[in-house]
Design a protein around this ligand. Structure first.
Ligand SMILES: Cc1ncc(COP(=O)(O)O)c(C=O)c1O
Length: 391
């Protein structure tokens, strides 16, 4: 008996689903060097252009000089340092929640929150298009796990009727591969009626959404009662790394006591927390970044409509162009790259079968002229691509 990895890999290639990592040889930003080629990138989640901001870099450098590099141990042993603590307090104030807890990644924050809140005998209900980390968390929890139709409060309500034990409803805030917003007011109402808790992972909403970048809960004006479990990640619009869960005193203490992905891991380097404190300040106060980004979104959508390209119905910096077939999506992405543009093709299983797409993302670091150049390239590549039946 041996593992037949070669056939598994060959099958992945044959299905046009093989993944390769573009090698980035420059900092994040619109203009990148990938595999030795200068390209204009429209695929990062650095929505506000903070990942390579000089003040954030300086905060990281100063933080490393003051606090060293390694976290050294888990938070519960000796890894919880002053920058971590200050960042938690700043994130609690920013989100208007009593407390916040810092994690090294969003994947871990999601595993932690779901598995600490529900287990055997309980129920976890998730949007069918939730991020993989949320779906994995639901499966790992041991609770009864069911997925409701995308953004459909009636479908959720039907499942809530059959739920047993403590029930947690979990949704992306901004759906990562579609760019649309969760219908939180309707989902909240359905959950509250049945005494269920709602958890939102707003990885893609913090920064671009809300008057001060407070994400989907600021957008809809939802407080602690409506949204008891609020997750944000720091590697996207914050431009750094890590994640947080914000909520009540009791929620955060429960995570500290019971969440295994919190307890059994080394804290993130404290200098990263120093950098995030700076990027949080920029994210909150530099409203022009959101305004510019919103202008770019409107410009891109109008230009795409003129070209006859059908974008998904998204008001956020995530502007997917659904292609359908995986091979065709790869061809489109390859052609764009030949024209000097980097736009990722997203294929199953990341998205449902038959909905492969180009996931265009915009950033406040882009200029209007760069967006116009992307539109021109999309127009040219569209014309060069073979008709769908040949794909
Ligand atoms: C919606 C969502 N949640 C969580 C994550 C995971 O966050 P992290 O990259 O910090 O692990 C991602 C993407 O990475 C995401 O898109």
């Amino acid at each position: 008996m041996s593992f037949d990895l070669a056939s598994r890999l060959a099958a992945r290639r044959a299905e046009h689903l093989y993944r390769q990592r573009p090698l980035l040889d420059s900092p994040q930003g619109p203009e990148v060097v990938v595999d030795g080629q200068p390209l204009l990138a429209f695929c990062s989640n650095d929505y506000l252009g903070l990942a390579n901001h000089p003040e954030v870099i300086r905060a990281l450098q100063d933080g490393a000089a003051r606090w060293g590099v390694g976290g050294g141990a888990s938070h519960l042993v000796i890894g919880h340092s002053t920058p971590h603590h200050e960042l938690e307090e700043a994130l609690a104030a920013f989100t208007g929640r009593p407390r916040a807890l810092l994690f090294s990644t969003g994947y871990m924050a999601n595993l932690a929150a779901v598995t600490a809140l529900v287990g055997q005998g309980d129920t976890v209900l998730e949007d069918r298009l939730n991020h993989a980390s949320l779906l994995d968390a639901g499966l790992l929890s041991g609770a009864r796990f069911s997925r409701y139709l995308h953004n459909d409060a009636a479908s959720l309500a039907a499942r809530l009727d059959k739920a047993t034990g403590n029930t947690l409803v979990v949704t992306d805030g901004v759906f990562s591969m579609d760019g649309d917003l969760a219908e939180l007011p309707a989902l909240c109402a359905a959950a509250r009626e049945k005494g269920a808790w709602l958890m939102v992972d707003d990885a893609h909403g913090f920064g671009p959404l809300g008057a001060h970048g407070g994400g989907i809960v600021e957008h809809y004006g939802l407080g602690l009662d409506e949204m008891p479990v609020l997750v944000g990640t720091l590697g996207k619009a914050f431009g750094t790394a890590g994640a947080f869960v914000a909520g009540s005193e009791a929620l955060i203490e429960t995570l500290i006591q019971f969440a295994r992905p919190y307890i059994y891991t080394t804290s993130q380097p404290p200098a990263v927390a120093c950098a995030t404190l700076k990027s949080l300040e920029l994210l909150r106060t530099e409203g022009w970044r959101r305004e510019h980004l919103n202008r770019l979104i409107a410009r891109f959508r109008a230009g795409a409509a003129e070209l006859g390209l059908t974008l998904m119905d998204s008001p956020t910096p995530i502007q997917p162009l659904v292609i359908g077939d995986s091979a065709r999506a790869m061809d489109f992405s390859r052609l764009l790259r030949e024209h000097g543009f980097l736009v990722g093709a997203i294929r199953p299983p990341t998205v449902p079968a038959g909905t492969a797409r180009l996931r265009v993302t915009l950033s406040a670091a882009h200029s209007e002229e760069q967006v116009d150049r992307l539109l021109a390239a999309l127009g040219e590549c569209q014309a060069l691509l073979a008709p769908e039946s040949d794909a």
